[in-house]
Design a protein around this ligand. Structure first.
Ligand code: SF4
Length: 65
């Protein structure tokens, strides 16, 4: 699984960082999402899925490639 972040949609709400701080961070300048671990291990996907589901701007998705 690979995380895809559309920074043009991201509004810098930071919800993803609250859900999974080991995978997501925010740019210091504009607050947009930074993906620290593009391909998280299967065992660590719960927080990532929560982040994908709760992002208010639907900027995050998971892809199988
Ligand atoms: S939760 Fe969504 S809008 Fe907020 S920082 Fe993360 S990706 Fe951006």
């Amino acid at each position: 699984m690979r995380i895809v972040a559309d920074t043009t949609r991201c509004v810098g709400a930071g919800q993803c960082v609250l859900s999974e701080p080991s995978v997501f961070d925010q740019d210091e300048e504009d607050g947009t999402v930074l993906v620290l671990v593009e391909r998280p291990a299967e065992g660590g996907l719960d927080g990532v899925r929560e982040a994908v589901g709760t992002c208010p701007s639907q900027a995050l998705s998971l892809t199988e490639d």
